[in-house]
Ligand binder design. Structure first.
Ligand code: MF3
Ligand code: CO
Length: 255
C-alpha cells in the first residue's frame, strides 16, 4: 500500500531527513585514506544518537534469509562493492577509492534515507565520471517526480540516462517508498517504461536511488548475506535521496 503523508507527518519526516543529510556531512569530513570503515560507522552512529535519533539500519533484519541482521549504522560500499557493505576494522579506506555511504535515520517514528558516493584522494577520471553520472541520473529522474506523472517516468529516465553513458543499471535492487517503515510501497526500479506504473500524488515520500555498474549487468551476494558486488568486478556507484511529491516541484528532503 502506498501511503500519503499528512502535513504533520511530513514535518516529522523532514527532521529525520535533515539529520540523515547532516550525518552524511559528518562522514564526508571524516573519510580519508587510513581510516577504517568501522571508525566511520562509529562517528556516524555517535552523531545520530547525539540528535536523539536512531540509526535505523543497525540490526535491520535480513528478510528472506536465515542470516544475521545488518550490524552497522552505515552501509559502506567501496569500489566494486555496490551496496550493503558491512563496516569493519579490517577495511581501510585508501587513496583512489570511491566509497558509497548509505544511511537511514529514524526520528519520532519516521525515516530519512540517503546515499552518496565519495571520492577519496586521487580518483581516476573514469571513476569520477561514473560517480557523476550516477548522481545526475537521480536529478534527471526527479524532473518527472511530479503530481500526475507515472512512476515509470522516473524509472525510465534514470535507466536511459545511465545506459546512454555506457554503464549498466542494477536490476536486482530498487528504490522504495519510505515513512513509518524504511521500505514501503512502491518499489522504484532504476529502469522501466515511461507512462507505466502508479500515478504520483502529493504527500508520497520516495527514496529514489540510482545504482550503477561501470561494466556489465549483474551482481553477486557475498557469504555474509549482505555485501553486494558487481559480478564483473568493475566499479559501482550509488546516490539516493528521500523525495516528497508536492502540488508543484518535488522537494528533496535529504539535501
Ligand atoms: N538504505 C538501504 C536502502 O536504501 C537499506 C539498506 S538495508 C540495511 O534501501 F539493512 F542496511 F538497512
Ligand atoms: Co538507502
Amino acid at each position: 500500500m502506498v501511503t500519503i503523508k499528512s502535513k504533520k507527518e511530513i514535518e516529522i519526516m523532514k527532521e529525520a531527513c535533515k539529520i540523515a543529510n547532516e550525518t552524511q556531512k559528518v562522514v564526508e569530513k571524516a573519510i580519508k585514506p587510513g581510516i577504517s570503515t568501522l571508525e566511520l560507522d562509529r562517528i556516524a552512529e555517535k552523531y545520530i544518537l547525539s540528535q536523539n535519533a536512531i540509526p535505523a539500519q543497525k540490526n535491520y533484519p535480513n528478510y528472506y534469509k536465515d542470516m544475521p541482521p545488518f550490524p552497522g549504522t552505515l552501509c559502506i560500499s567501496i569500489n566494486d562493492v555496490l551496496i550493503h557493505g558491512i563496516p569493519s576494522s579490517d577495511v581501510i579506506i585508501k587513496d583512489g577509492d570511491i566509497v558509497s555511504i548509505d544511511l537511514v535515520v529514524l526520528k519520532n517514528g519516521y525515516h530519512g534515507d540517503c546515499a552518496r558516493t565519495y571520492l577519496v584522494g586521487n580518483v581516476s577520471k573514469e571513476a569520477q565520471e561514473l560517480v557523476a553520472v550516477t548522481k545526475q541520473a537521480f536529478f534527471e529522474g526527479i524532473k518527472f517526480a511530479k503530481k500526475g506523472n507515472r512512476l515509470g517516468d522516473i524509472s525510465s529516465t534514470i535507466g536511459n540516462y545511465v545506459k546512454a553513458h555506457g554503464y549498466s543499471v542494477v536490476k536486482e535492487f530498487q528504490g522504495h517508498g519510505i515513512g513509518k517503515e524504511m521500505h514501503e510501497d512502491p518499489g522504484i526500479p532504476n529502469y522501466g517504461k515511461a507512462g507505466k506504473g502508479i500515478r504520483l500524488m502529493p504527500g508520497m515520500t520516495l527514496a529514489i536511488e540510482p545504482m550503477v555498474i561501470m561494466g556489465k549487468e549483474g551482481v553477486l551476494e557475498l557469504d555474509d548475506g549482505w555485501t553486494i558486488i558487481s559480478e564483473d568486478g568493475t566499479l559501482t556507484a550509488h546516490y539516493e535521496n528521500t523525495v516528497l511529491i508536492t502540488e508543484n516541484e518535488p522537494q528533496i528532503l535529504t539535501l
